[in-house]
Design a protein around this ligand. Sequence first.
Ligand SMILES: [Zn+2]
Length: 249
Amino acid sequence: MLQALRDEEEQFNKTLENGLKQFRKLEAQLSSSDQKVIEGVDAFHLYDTFGFPIEVTKELAKEAGFTVDEQSFNEAFKKHQDLSRQGSEQKFLGGLADHSDESKKLHTATHLLHQALRTVLGSHVEQRGSNITKERLRFDFNHEKPMTAEEKKKVENIVNEQIKRDLPISFQEMTVDEAKQYGAIWLFEDKYGDKVKVYTMGDFSKEICGGPHVDHTGELKGFKILKEESSSKGIRRIKAVIGHASLTK
Ligand SMILES: [Zn+2]
């Protein structure tokens, strides 16, 4: 614990030192070009990278005979806030690139794939990652060995069967305990709020998820595994496509 505090303090001093170095550099640059105003982006860089509050930068500037363009600092600050808000919204998308129909379909397919993998390989299988682009889904899960060709075929067949059955997709809100009771797939490593959404796809799949999904599995049209490979120790990775593309590849 003490060591951790010491490390933190050391880290803090180091950052402060680097920040001051950065400020001196800036000072030299401004002096050599005969300028008296520190631009907002430069002040923001000191804030963002070295943790210098604008007041500190202003104080340092004053000592050195400079002023800070506060308005452009505030603009840079606001722009950064907007960007990080977008960043956290991205996380809420559950690994989705966007909310386009194609992304929704691909994400819906991961629920079917998840359940099919559990049916074929065993209930130890848990999603460990998901990434979706407009062209394909990528699904990571824990499993000790490569899947056999037969296992892959079985999983594909099960998913395609659910697509053909055109199962209705709906969700219910409940507590995490209720969701577990209900038999929904939940992820040990995930942190859930008080209320969660459980998405049900006919009688085939129940899973805690934030969405979004399509309304019927039939919209996926078809499913094909392109690749099954190792992602890291004990983790396998599947890349798959849906729709007409899956029928030609
Ligand atoms: Zn989902």
